[in-house]
Design a protein around this ligand. Sequence first.
Ligand code: GLN
Length: 237
Amino acid sequence: MTTLTLVHLYPREMNIYGDTGNVLVLRKRLQWRGIEAVVVPINVGDELPADVDIVLGGGGQDAAQGDIGADFVRRAGTLRAMADDGVVMLTICGTYQMLGHEFLTKDGHRIVGTGVLDLVTRGSDHRLIGNNHVDTEWGRMVGFENHSGLTELGTGVRPLGTAAAGRGNNGTDQTEGAVRDNVFGTYLHGPVLAKSPEFADELLRRALARRGMSGDLEPLDDRLAMAAAAVAVGRPR
Ligand code: GLN
């Protein structure tokens, strides 16, 4: 039986909103289906495994992004090659921003990105905070956002979905997140996958298909997750 390798980027610096939960959700949804997963934490200076199926990264403060910036950029060529080779990636907020070309903090400090996603982010004095959800082609994503970075998408990516006014990538163009090939970025914390089981399974389907294991996943009882999502969507921002 195949074992999938899940890489968790910078778990110490980039987990300020508990996005590690996305790692737990994917590993558990695989285990419930009899598929083993190994989780490889990647901290500054660690080498990436040769074969990776899913890369996951969470959110962090601007300062934390600065701390890992040089190490992240050192991996840019490898991460871009992995993305081009169809490796599945889900990055949240700060690591989402760093998959872009650059993150310019509100103090004017430029953090060079990895260029995996065609986007740029500019820090601002205005924070986008609150419960949020977005309907994507692969199911609803339910979480919350908390960021001052405003992200503009280039032509090399498309948005995950449409955000309500004042939310999402920049609070202006009503886009939320970005996707290209099997690489996804979003501002939704939560951990977002805990209340977005359909989207979680889309990531797993893509990773398994890349390993020649196509076909539908055994259905799981997601009533509790969907009930939690319904309550969260109904909550005021
Ligand atoms: N530091 C970035 C910002 O504030 C990302 C924050 C986060 O990861 N939630 O925009």
